[in-house]
Design a protein around this ligand. Structure first.
Ligand code: FHN
Length: 462
């Protein structure tokens, strides 16, 4: 990939964690043992599948023959479609090619360890049977099948964790939900608690009651989440399923931090966090967005995130017939094949003990508009760790010999993870150096394992 071979430097803002439209609320500084226990699986899995699916897959980025710019799932808002018109899409929703087992199989082949699906997005339409609102897939569509039930059963069969995205604040279908000011007037004149108590809170109860063990609830865009409102959701979650995680966009402290959409923080962060990200540019399907990230870009982002201590929640936007776009499937499976061979460097791996490979602060002390230092990102190599092992992933053929940062531990041996072939490792001027055979084994990403004495790396003081 030319980006990598040229080894160019990207300018990135520091402290992006928490930036972006929906992101917020860093967790408390002092570790809470109950929360840490809840988070154990989340810290290990590293890579999940986000699914944005709903009525918006039918117009797929157009309204009445006119292109509706922006995110596919925002078509109702962008084109100011009246509720009475938009809700007619429900009568057309008949995804006969939907097969929950196929979706779960794809996630597994992709190497993804958890799935999060939109149970109700901002348009207010629920992909599950709900007594709280008839605007749902079972009661309002010819399809009549409970998508979440089928998906949760398929996940249980395959042993993969399932979480539910739920738009708690914005609901453009409801007179008192946030966001729809073209049908219902200004948000500040609405009886918002009436909406919360009449639809959102009961639906969260339904999600936590009818679909088995729920891995997490992924709240989003916390508008008007003041006073006791977010805490009412927390209480429902904790009461019904105490192990269910709450993301970082409820409007009160959750279990982990959600970064801004597609925002990868520049440095290591020890708190639990997750990057929600698109595989093209939209979340919900749109016919005209075919600008897919390559498998190499996805692999880089995944390892970059893991090397900083986070999780990557990568989105697919199924089409109206229930199929996940073929391009998404192909990209995910290519990364999945790489993970089958190199997954040891990812799953359950800790962050880099170094940091110099991530980049460096701008020498001129440049700052972004929030006053944070800007950083030049390096993209040649990343490091992840397990006790006694360093995993060095090269995205470019490194200069030979490749000198590791100086450490106190004695280094025992080095080998390629993919085929276990030894890599020459020797000491030169007090630094360990690797001599990799050329060309490197996998130009997408080659992992070299370096085994060392002791459980963790101790840096040499400079
Ligand atoms: O408005 C939503 C958007 O449609 C999408 O669901 C993303 C996913 O993180 N969240 C909001 C914007 O941040």
């Amino acid at each position: 990939m030319t980006q990598r071979t040229k080894a160019f430097l990207l300018l990135l803002g520091v402290a992006l964690l928490g930036a972006g439209s929906g992101a917020q609320v860093p967790p408390a500084a002092r570790p809470d043992p109950v929360k840490e226990k809840r988070l154990e699986w989340f810290r290990d899995v590293k890579y999940g599948m986000f699914i944005h699916w709903g009525l918006y897959a039918i117009p797929a980025g157009q309204w009445n023959g006119t292109r509706s710019p922006g995110l596919g799932e925002w078509v109702m808002f962008r084109s100011r479609v009246p509720v009475k018109e938009y809700e007619q899409l429900a009568a057309q929703f008949n995804p006969t090619k939907f097969n929950a087992d196929e979706w779960v199989k794809l996630a597994k082949e992709a190497g993804m360890k958890y799935i999060v699906i939109t149970s109700k997005h901002h348009d207010g339409f629920a992909l599950f049977k709900s007594a709280a609102s008839p605007y749902n897939v079972v009661d309002a569509t010819p399809f009549k099948r409970d998508i979440l039930k089928e998906l949760s059963d398929a996940c249980a069969r395959a042993g993969i964790r399932l979480g539910f995205y739920y738009s708690q604040s914005q609901d453009w279908h409801e007179p008192n939900g946030a966001g729809n000011e073209w049908d219902f007037g200004p948000d500040d004149k609405k009886d918002y608690d009436r909406y919360l108590q009449g639809k959102a809170e009961p639906q969260i109860r339904e999600l936590l009651t009818h679909y088995g063990k729920v891995a997490l609830i992924w709240f989003d865009t916390p508008r008007m989440m003041t006073g006791d409102r977010p805490h009412r959701f927390t209480r429902i979650v904790r009461q019904l399923q105490p192990d269910t995680l709450i993301d970082g966009r409820l409007g009160a402290e959750g279990d982990y931090t959600s970064t801004g959409d597609n925002v990868i923080p520049p440095n290591v962060n020890g708190q639990a966090w997750e990057v929600p990200a698109t595989i093209n540019h939209t979340w919900g399907y749109r016919t005209d967005d075919t600008d897919w990230k390559s498998p190499g870009q996805i692999a880089f982002k995944l390892i970059d995130i893991v090397s900083k201590g986070g999780n990557y929640l990568l989105n697919v936007g199924p089409m109206a017939d229930g199929m996940i776009p073929q391009a998404s499937q192909d990209i995910l499976r290519t990364v999945g094949r790489w993970l089958q061979v190199n997954g040891e460097a990812v799953y359950g791996a800790g962050p880099t003990p170094f940091g110099e490979e991530l980049g460096e602060a701008s020498a001129r002390g440049a700052r972004d508009i929030r006053g944070d230092a800007l950083m030049y990102q390096q993209i040649q190599w990343r490091v992840t760790t397990k006790p006694g092992k360093l995993y060095i992933t090269f995205f470019d053929e490194p200069r030979a010999p490749f000198a590791l940062p100086a450490v106190r531990n004695s280094l025992k041996r080095a080998y390629r993870l993919a085929d276990k072939q030894p890599v020459e490792l020797k000491m030169e001027n007090g630094r360990a150096v690797l001599n990799l055979e050329r060309p490197i084994i996998d130009p997408m990403a080659t992992v070299v394992v370096v085994e060392f004495d002791g459980a963790t790396i101790e840096r040499t003081k400079s």
